[in-house]
Design a binder for this molecule. Structure first.
Ligand code: GRF
Length: 213
């Protein structure tokens, strides 16, 4: 008997290329999760069309229609729960959730960040790495805690900054890594392979037997 895939909500704010990577992994049966809803904080973003094309229910929880971060977060959590989601994946979601989200989804909110945290947190990570003169940057996937871009790191991958990079060229290379790394992490989470011990995330070791070797 196989376990049912973990129901998850994906949160987006824009183009949704990372959402597409998750959908594609799911279509290949490699996500080990069931995307039960895609939630956007804005109307008319391309990511919603990607979800609709894949037949996934969508919801818009507009930031502008809420009085406070707490109310906005409450609506997001309720929408995810209404679709039976037991985890949330922030895939290019540009809003900060209030702490109540962590109470409702403890160690079950995953965020993607386009830099090697703790370097360059915030919304302009790619530009900041360039301006700083960093020769390496990368991608971080981490659990969300009460602080911004701070929770336990699940996976990181570095990539070089080229001398002739601008924000667009660097971001394009970062996104290639994101599109591979985020689905890998979400699948590991869906299989129950990740354990959080303080700031440390342990990946379950796969035995030779399981690999079929
Ligand atoms: C990603 O590069 C993510 O790291 C950043 O915003 C981008 C979203 O891209 N926070 P997309 O909407 O998944 O195409």
């Amino acid at each position: 008997m196989t376990d049912a895939p973990l129901p998850i909500a994906i949160l987006i704010s824009g183009s949704g290329s990372n959402l597409q990577a998750l959908i594609d992994a799911s279509l290949r049966d490699e996500l080990d999760c069931d995307i039960t809803v895609v939630i956007s904080d804005r109307h008319d973003v391309h990511g919603l069309k990607r979800a609709e094309a894949a037949g996934i229910p969508t919801a818009v929880v507009a930031w502008s229609e809420h009085k406070s971060r707490a109310e906005f977060t409450e609506s997001i959590c309720r929408t995810a729960e209404d679709h039976s989601a037991r985890a949330m994946v922030l895939a290019g979601f540009m809003r900060i959730l209030a702490p109540v989200a962590i109470e409702r989804f403890p160690n079950a909110i995953i965020n993607l960040h386009p830099a090697l945290l703790p370097a360059f947190p915030g919304t302009h990570a790619v530009e900041m790495a360039l301006e700083y003169g960093a020769t390496l940057t990368g991608v971080t996937v981490h659990f969300v805690d009460e602080q911004v871009d701070h929770g336990p790191i699940i996976a990181q991958e570095a990539l070089p900054v080229h001398v002739d990079d601008d924000a667009d060229s660097l971001h394009a290379r970062i996104q290639k890594v994101e599109h591979r790394l985020l689905p890998e992490v979400v699948a590991a989470f869906g299989r129950g392979d990740l354990t959080v011990e303080g700031r440390h995330v342990r990946w379950r070791q796969i035995s030779l037997e399981e690999t079929g070797s």
